[in-house]
Design a protein around this ligand. Sequence first.
Ligand SMILES: Cc1ncc(C[n+]2csc(CCOP(=O)(O)OP(=O)(O)O)c2C)c(N)n1
Ligand SMILES: [Mg+2]
Length: 575
Amino acid sequence: MKDTPTITAGGAIFGKLKALGVDYVFANSGTDFPPIIEGLVEARRAGLDLPTPVTVPHEHAAVSMAHGYWQVTGRPQAVLLHTNVGLANGATAAINAWCDQVPMIVMSGRTPVTEHGRFGARTVPIGWGQEMFDQEALIRETTKWHYELRFPDQIAELMDRAWAITNSTPRGPVYLSLPREVLCEPCPQAGLEAPSRIAPVLTAPDSAALAQAAEALAKAENPLIIAQRGAGSEAGFAALSALCEAHALPLSHYWSNQLAMPLSHPMQVGADPGPWLAEADVVLVLDALAPWFPDKVTLREDATVIMAGPDPLFTRTPVRGFPAAITLSGPTDRVIEGLVQAMGAPQQPEAIEARRTRVTEAAAKARGQAVAQAETGAGSPMGKEWVSLCLGRAIRAQAEQGRRATVFHELGCPLMPLDLEAPDSYFQEPHSGGLGWGLPAAIGAQMAHPDRLVFATMGDGSYMFANPTACHLVAEAHEVPVIVLVLNNEEWGAVRHSVEGLYPKGAARASNEVPLTSLRPSPDFTRTAAASRAHTETVTDGADLPAALDRAIAVATTERRQVLLNIAIARTAPH
Ligand SMILES: Cc1ncc(C[n+]2csc(CCOP(=O)(O)OP(=O)(O)O)c2C)c(N)n1
Ligand SMILES: [Mg+2]
């Protein structure tokens, strides 16, 4: 070891991350960072291949950028935060990543342990002020693995372990805390440029369970698939579409935060599984945390429920009582692949054709109704569905010119009227709902795919939760031409709906203004974005929206500049 060249441990981490396939380290620095910053420059000088460090002026945004990047690439990124305070600011976004099973390596400094006499020891009062007995506790429940670095020469091995665990089924964030004295020590360069020596664990469904599930689905008269988190990959998406086509299996996108099949697929029956569930004899629940509303849905007594996905029982959720007669455990695309093989060619062709006709008609009717409903909101102020309809049309026009698009939705553009086709064309906030995810996740996605059209659509409340100034700074600094649509109803509509839904005849609903939900006077959000030199417009009339979207796309693609449209949305009655 004596003759091996060394590098400051704070910089060694970057070299190893690059070797693990990390392109970006989303960072928010502090007094724990001198050995990281010094080490980074040393590592550059030493010629190590390094990820790009991104200065993100809020930790919630930093973690959410890593989240969005993973969603469109499948490659985990890293986040580097400042001690306990930075970690606490990033904790909500870690809850989101945990809920969505998004892999990432989260790190934060740990205030120096020593008070004097050692390089890196405490120098300023925050060295004492930021110390905790158990800093990892801030993020323990939302990570699969967490540890504190003790020795610099363990960096390469520990990072391999962190990477393998974050990528193992079910995926999820991991955390490493980094005491300043350790970061200051020299670390051997050997091993830093090597890929992981540890392979992630990818589970696969049990073959007997697959055979049972395939038989149940093949014999079912009224099967139904509920898919909430997509199909796992492009291959899974294509395989699921083909499976549903071949066997005439209807699929509902109930509270889905990703697409599992094209919305125009004849077996795609929309967001409400209610009427289908009432009749269903076999239900395949595909990676769905909460596949229906137990207070409103009564399943047939003889219904067989198949729970499938990376963690079909969602073992880290304390209370979840949905039945699961058959469980299929594995990455969603592997489960689908297994089902395709186990089901083979369709049996009972006559029954399948009869069902195909029935489902196709119902699906087409639901699509027609979604468009008609969206068109009722074309006035001033607009309905959210109208914005979706216009955006979907703009995206289809761009697709004809060969340009792909991804929509991020956080109380923004609802799924159905968008009528999207591609597997990674849509992401909604995780079911943990830690608001402020949409805009930074879209920026992370756009960093991965600079030539794609990326739309961040969100409510006015969600926009403010996103630390917009921090996000616009990153978008400008890294030339990220994200198109932000703020669907502005000047309120926390979802909170008001929740009050009025629980107390339909209550005092709050009868009052002029429901307390604690108003966001009036509404700030001029165009000025927030214009502060970072975005192209901005306010749109108040639905008739003006298509042209405004065209201008937004033109600016994003030709000038490569971020855009914000502040869109006036009507306050609606509860859903
Ligand atoms: C971090 C966080 N704080 C608070 C909430 C509670 N919450 C859920 S929806 C919502 C309102 C969202 O408002 P907006 O984005 O304007 O959408 P709208 O409902 O008005 O369409 C709030 C505050 C949350 N989910 N996450
Ligand atoms: Mg709102």
